[in-house]
Design a protein around this ligand. Structure first.
Ligand code: PXG
Length: 460
């Protein structure tokens, strides 16, 4: 075994114990127990090693979160120093601490100037839980308590807790454990699958106008906010047509509905801008953040508020009846601070925008632009999706596209690269520190996996 780190136990031993105790995420546990999960034991830069000594190039930044890659000593040093100095304190007892103060200073120096306050959480799901209560509180303070309904989108993803999964539009999640009242959904702007004969621009406007129709149906006086990911992540890395966001913003302003951007995946440089709404050119009232905030080294999320909202809540809101034991946790805050400093001071976000992002997309278009299995390449920065298609002329998708994409993902693992499949789309979101050589390897190994899949699908 050629491992820089020797696992202490045999893989089968780890797997048996895992099967005995763990319920994994989004999986048929019985089937996984029979197969045995891969045991990941080490990470360095963009690479991971499993307990069998196999090396993988992680093309998904863990779960879209390790912006700086694995093994950054500055982040571990920041965590250790903070643990030594003040491992924990809270923000309940009229107290605060330097780590969270300095993190917020840096965060707001990176954000556009119309945001001023943040409510820290431990995850993206919690950020969206807090969002619902905060938005409702805001309307109460403004004397409009009936403005309670949140509108989300089908196939949107906002987390796995009860309210966050209700805001999301994954029906199979709703079926497990139910919805909550005062949440409605409109369609997703997925032109390739649902655009029919409309041009992308027409379809984008059509999808946005559904928001206006839904607001009118529910009564604008009852609608608190609209939540959406600037681009859908878990739903398949779907970019909306360019016509979509300007129209959504117009509608939200016209009907006094808060525009809530879920930046959990899009934030912290993924698109080459600090935040994805800047790439798409709109101005949300709130931003849900997590993942890249700490590069995934520790759990931390938050809800960022516009000055307008914060002013109402702070100056006129009285007691804000919310708090988590770990809101603004000092160790997570210290790691987030070190992470954001590195992203800024090493010019990593700029590099994604000017160099590695364009390099990746040029490469993908060269390799997959005329590939018989690929109908569309979407994305920007270090973010890309390849759409499988059966008939390019009609954009007809395979009836078994989900199975094909899963197969492609399995081939990719065999080739030593981790990419993600969703329905008929293969997704890449490597760490933002990826070099050109690493992107070459990512695309090269992905091509082998896609070619192997094309053979199964009768396309090669
Ligand atoms: N909002 C968005 C947009 C997300 O992508 C969450 C909220 C929830 O964050 P937490 O930290 O509670 O997990 C997410 C999470 C996938 C995948 O397979 C995506 C996420 C999580 C797990 C898997 O693409 N996103």
């Amino acid at each position: 075994m050629n491992l820089p780190f020797e696992p202490q136990r045999q893989t089968q031993d780890y797997q048996a114990s895992d099967a005995a105790h763990h319920i994994h995420a989004f999986v048929d546990q019985k089937a996984l127990n029979a197969e045995g999960p891969r045991v990941m034991v080490r990470g360095e830069g963009l690479y991971l090693w499993d307990s069998e000594g196999k090396r993988y190039l992680d093309g998904m930044s863990g779960l879209w979160c390790t912006q700086l890659g694995y093994g950054r000593k500055d982040l571990t040093a920041a965590a250790a120093a903070q643990m030594d100095q003040l491992a924990y304190y809270n923000m309940f007892f009229h107290t605060t601490h330097p780590a969270v103060i300095e993190l917020s200073e840096l965060l707001f120096s990176l954000l556009p100037g119309h945001y001023s306050h943040v409510i820290y959480t431990n995850s993206g799901s919690e950020a969206n839980e807090v969002l619902i209560r905060t938005v409702r509180r805001y309307w109460q303070v403004l004397g409009k308590p009936e403005k309670k309904i949140m509108i989300g989108r089908w196939n949107g993803y906002h987390g796995s807790t009860l309210a966050a999964s209700a805001l999301g539009g994954m029906k199979f999640m709703h079926e497990m454990g139910g919805l909550i009242p005062d949440v409605a959904h409109i369609d997703e702007p997925y032109w390739y699958a649902q655009g029919g004969d409309l041009t992308p621009a027409e379809f984008g406007r059509r999808c946005a106008l559904q928001l206006e129709e839904k607001i009118l149906e529910l009564g604008a006086q009852n609608v608190a906010g609209f939540i959406a990911e600037p681009f859908q992540g878990a739903g398949g890395m779907i970019f909306p047509p360019e016509s979509y966001w300007p129209e959504i913003q117009r509608i939200c302003r016209q009907y006094d509905v808060l525009l809530c951007a879920d930046e959990v995946i899009g934030g912290f440089g993924r698109t080459g801008e600090w935040f994805a709404h800047q790439y798409f050119g709109f101005e949300p009232d709130t931003l849900s953040i997590a993942k890249g905030l700490t590069s995934g080294y520790l759990p931390m999320g938050g809800l960022v508020l516009s000055k307008r909202m914060a002013e109402a809540l702070v100056e006129r809101g009285g007691v804000f009846a919310h708090g988590l034991t770990y809101s603004g946790h000092p160790v997570a805050a210290a790691v987030a601070l070190a992470n954001l400093k590195a992203l800024r001071d090493e010019g990593i976000v700029r590099q994604v925008k000017d160099d590695t992002g364009p390099y990746l997309h040029t490469l993908l278009h060269e390799v997959f632009g005329n590939h018989p299995l690929i109908g569309e390449i979407q994305g920007t920065g270090l973010l890309a999706a390849l759409q499988f298609v059966e008939d390019k002329g009609t954009r007809k998708r395979f009836a078994n596209e989900n199975d094909l994409a899963w197969q492609c993902r399995t081939f990719a693992f065999e080739e030593g690269v981790i990419i993600r499949s969703t329905l008929g789309r293969m997704i890449m979101a490597p760490a933002l520190v990826a070099s050109r050589a690493e992107l070459d390897e990512l695309v090269d190994k992905t091509r082998i996996a896609v070619d192997r899949t094309a053979r199964i699908a009768g396309k090669l």
